[in-house]
Design a protein around this ligand. Structure first.
Ligand code: NAP
Length: 292
């Protein structure tokens, strides 16, 4: 760790140490952004607390407020980040438990789907809140996380939160909570679109006569290679597609069928529907929200 690391003098607490919280802990330690004595976590089950303590050497607490207090900033220049990582339906209870235990210099980061900054700030009586929306590949450090801070979050806290989110993969700062709902539809729901296309292509390979194992290898590496090639070439996807489409060839025939089947329109409608759903879920009080 060095002076350019915004987390070098920062402590972090993770409230609700499930899949995503563990991804944050593992990523932070793997990238050596913090040491284990800078992290605390809370979990209601003793077995999970023991598991995480044994695996990462972090302090674990049964009570959420004890984890919050364990990472209070230990000096005027020190930082402290409190990550809310419970399921949406548990959030209201957790906020009630934490009320009164947040230090004025802590920044609260929510990864809870649909939970609005205003709801969290009002329930906690604490204005410095960052809302984030990661996606599933965060579990292997290859995610993309959209994030937006409230006006009360200072520059140093923003840098600390940004550094923490980098442990999950790439980050994109968005301008407002409407864009958080847009990111929910595009990137947080995004792996679903890709997995469905992956599955359909593998099934098509099996239909032609490949074993599932071979079809999977061919499809997965094609997807990885196509994305890396597109990123590296910096060309528009249509240009890349034209490069491999010979007159009267296999790509031309396949494209004709995809356009005839309205694949492009279906994808666009799917993303729009997910956006509207994200907006609708955000309108509900957190205690009745059941989806992540
Ligand atoms: N997974 C993703 O890819 C993803 C992507 C984007 C956003 N998110 C958001 O991230 C949040 C966490 O998701 P996740 O997949 O990590 O869920 P998860 O694995 O279920 O983690 C939540 C953890 O909180 C624990 N918990 C339950 N009640 C609690 C309480 N009162 N206090 C403290 N902890 C409590 C749960 O314990 P039990 O297991 O015993 O119930 C569970 O281990 C969700 O809000 C979700 O919307 C997840």
């Amino acid at each position: 760790m060095n002076d350019t690391n915004p987390l070098s003098n920062c402590r972090l607490a993770l409230i609700g140490c499930g899949v995503m919280a563990e991804a944050v802990i593992a990523g932070l330690l793997r990238k050596q952004l913090v040491t284990s004595d800078q992290i605390a976590g809370s979990h209601p089950r003793a077995a999970r607390r023991e598991e995480l303590h044994a695996k990462y050497g972090i302090q674990m607490f049964e009570q959420n407020k004890d984890a919050a207090r364990a990472v209070y900033p230990d000096g005027p220049d020190a930082g402290s980040v409190l990550v809310l990582a419970v399921k949406p339906q548990r959030l209201r209870r957790v906020l009630e438990e934490l009320k009164g235990s947040i230090h004025q210099d802590q920044v609260v980061v929510s990864i809870v789907a649909g939970a609005k900054i205003e709801t969290i700030a009002d329930e906690l009586l604490h204005a410095a809140v960052v809302r984030t929306m990661p996606n599933t590949p965060a579990q292997i450090g290859e995610g993309v996380t959209a994030w937006t801070p409230s006006a009360a979050v200072n520059q140093k806290q923003e840098q600390q939160v940004h550094a923490m989110l980098n442990a999950l993969g790439k980050t994109v700062r968005v301008e407002n909570e409407r864009q958080m709902d847009m990111a929910t539809a595009l990137s947080a729901t995004g792996p679903t679109y890709i997995f469905l296309m992956m599955e359909a292509l593998i099934d098509a390979g099996v239909h032609m006569g490949f074993s599932r194992h071979v079809a999977q290898e061919l499809v997965q590496q094609t997807m990885i290679g196509a994305v890396l090639f597109a990123k590296e070439s910096k060309k528009h996807p249509a240009e890349l597609r034209n490069m491999v489409t010979s007159p009267g060839g296999t790509s031309a025939e396949a494209i004709y069928q995809m356009e005839k089947g309205s694949l492009r329109t279906v994808l666009s409608k799917a993303v729009w529907a997910a956006f509207q759903r994200a907006e609708a879920l955000g309108e509900r009080p957190a205690k009745t929200s059941e989806r992540s």
